[in-house]
Each structure stands twice: as structure tokens, then as C-alpha cells.
Ligand binder design. Structure first.
Ligand code: NAP
Length: 267
């Protein structure tokens, strides 16, 4: 098993990283930053997003494992005091993995340039200067003319991130789908949007046509960028998937409960 570490850079994550290296030597694990099989993310969910983006060209060859050094993470299963347990499991057990769906975004500009991106959490589009107006088609059929602050297109595992703050549903990552949620849409007698989050299955796609040639702001997970002259933005479930190493069960709904409800007694 060849591993590589991505950490958040704070003192706690650095100290856990040092401890990881010492235990890895004891258990004869090999560090390989060029062609690892296992990427260890030490930090929070943001660290896992970084680990994903820097390894997205090798998704078929790697699995990811998260050790969280802050509050409980959605992508980080293990706590620092479980370091020796997890390292001995990595060294002695064959690795089981689970796969989560990803979002593919294709952007075409008016001068025929094409860009493709993968997101683990979500893609958002916002207008920097004024109300964002976009014609929306689903599977090539006209759907609506959106007016508002922006739109968020999320993966199932990203549904607990930005999407949740926008009133989107939490989607189990076994459902290969994407979710489109609105940011402050304008709804009155003149303008109308659907107003509800939409969940699209695999093989469906949504196309957004901004009615504005100025600069539009995008975010892709923790990354942000701006682009002019955007003709269309297409979102759909990617063929690629991310694999997470699972050395014990940690059900999605347990994570949701721990993160958002806490361990309060129900009686
Ligand atoms: P950030 O400040 O690094 O992250 C914002 C918070 O979102 C952090 O607490 C992060 O956890 C948490 N987070 C990340 N992925 C999550 C997931 N799948 N489920 C639940 N919580 C998650 O923000 P950033 O670097 O700009 O963007 C990173 C992510 O943060 C985005 O992909 C987006 O999902 C989320 N975000 C949410 C809002 C919002 O809710 N209004 C706004 C911006 C971004 P850690 O502390 O463990 O890293």
C-alpha cells in the first residue's frame, strides 16, 4: 500500500501528520507522492476537497481516506486518537472501497472555447454585478428563465454543504444524481421560477444560458473563478466517481445526525 498525505496546514494537522509518518514506518507502509493508492486527508472536509482536486486525474487508481482534526467531517471518518487503529488496518486488511458520484460541468464560451470540470461538492454560478438571468433547459427542453442571485448544482455528498444552506434536500450518495438549488430567485407576477430544488438522475442534464456577456462568477467546491462571454453551462452526473477507503461502516445518515442534530436523547 503506497500512501500520500494532504493536510490542512494548521499545527494540529501537522502534528497528526508527523505521528502518521512515525506509525507508517512501524507498520511498513510506503509513502509515494507520485503514484499512491491511498490519499490520506488530514484536516476537514475542505482538505478532502483539495485532495480530490489535486488527484482528479488519477481517480481510477486511488482511494481517499479522511482523518478529521476539527469537528466531525462528512468526508473524514477517523479521529486523531484512532491513528494507530487505522494505520494497522491499512497495513493488515485488504482495502474495501465505496464510490460516490461526482458532478461534471461543461462550459462553452461565445468564442467556441470549451472547459470541463469535476466537482465533489458543487458548482455555483453567480453574477457579479446584477441579477443573474439565465435561460434553463433540461434535456434540451425549455424549462424556465431564471432571475436571481445564482444557482447551485450539487452532488449527493455535497448536498450537506452549500446546497443545505439553500434549502436543498440531503441526498444519499448511493443515488447517482445531481441537485439544482436556487439562490434568492425573483418570483412575482412577471418573473417566475420553479422555486423548488430539482434532483436530476444520471443521463439527464441541465443547460444554463446566461443572458449577459459580462463577467460571471463560478465556484467549484472550494475554488472560485470568473469568466466572460459564457454561452452555456451544462451539468450532469459524471462518469468518473470518487472512491473512499472504508475499514468500518459509517452510514451517511449517522454522519448527518452527528453533524446537524448532535447526540441529544430523544426521550
Ligand atoms: P469553507 O469555509 O472552507 O467551508 C465551509 C464549511 O463547509 C466548512 O465547515 C466545511 O467543513 C464545510 N463543508 C465542506 N464540504 C461539506 C460537505 N460535503 N458537507 C457538509 N459540510 C461541508 O468554504 P469554501 O472553502 O469556500 O468552500 C468549501 C465548501 O464549503 C463548498 O464546497 C461548500 O459546500 C461549502 N460552503 C458552504 C456555504 C454555505 O453553506 N453558505 C458557503 C460557501 C461554501 P470543514 O471545516 O470540515 O472543512
Amino acid at each position: 500500500m503506497k500512501f500520500s498525505i494532504v493536510h490542512r496546514g494548521d499545527s494540529q494537522s501537522e502534528s497528526i501528520t508527523e505521528q502518521f509518518y512515525k506509525l507508517a514506518t512501524k507498520y511498513r507502509l510506503i509513502e509515494d507522492n507520485h503514484s499512491p493508492n491511498l490519499i490520506i486527508s488530514i484536516g476537514g472536509d475542505g482538505t478532502m476537497l483539495e485532495a480530490f482536486h489535486s488527484n482528479q486525474h488519477r481517480l481510477q487508481e486511488v482511494a481517499f481516506l479522511g482523518i478529521h482534526t476539527g469537528h466531525l467531517g462528512f468526508y473524514a471518518d477517523w479521529q486523531p486518537d484512532q491513528l494507530e487503529t487505522i494505520i494497522s488496518l491499512i497495513a493488515t486488511q485488504s482495502m474495501k472501497t465505496i464510490e460516490y458520484p461526482l458532478l461534471k460541468i461543461k462550459i462553452q464560451t461565445n468564442d467556441q472555447k470549451d472547459y470541463e470540470y469535476l466537482a465533489l461538492n458543487e458548482f455555483t454560478v453567480k453574477n457579479l454585478e446584477k441579477t443573474l438571468v439565465m435561460k434553463i433547459k433540461i434535456n434540451h427542453e425549455d424549462f424556465e428563465m431564471f432571475r436571481g442571485d445564482g444557482l447551485c448544482i450539487s452532488t449527493p455528498s455535497g448536498s450537506t454543504g452549500y446546497n443545505k444552506s439553500l434549502g436543498g434536500a440531503l441526498i444519499h450518495p448511493s443515488l447517482e444524481s445531481i441537485q439544482v438549488s436556487e439562490m434568492a430567485s425573483i418570483n412575482n407576477r412577471v418573473y417566475r421560477t420553479i422555486g423548488s430544488p430539482l434532483v436530476l438522475p444520471k443521463h439527464h442534464h441541465i443547460d444554463l444560458y446566461p443572458q449577459y456577456q459580462g463577467e460571471i462568477r463560478f465556484t467549484l467546491d472550494h475554488l472560485s473563478m470568473q469568466m466572460k462571454n459564457v454561452y452555456s453551462i451544462q451539468g450532469f452526473v459524471a462518469d468518473e466517481k470518487i472512491r473512499f477507503a472504508r475499514y468500518r461502516p459509517f452510514p451517511f445518515w449517522s454522519r448527518v445526525r452527528e453533524a446537524f442534530i448532535g447526540n441529544e436523547h430523544m426521550d
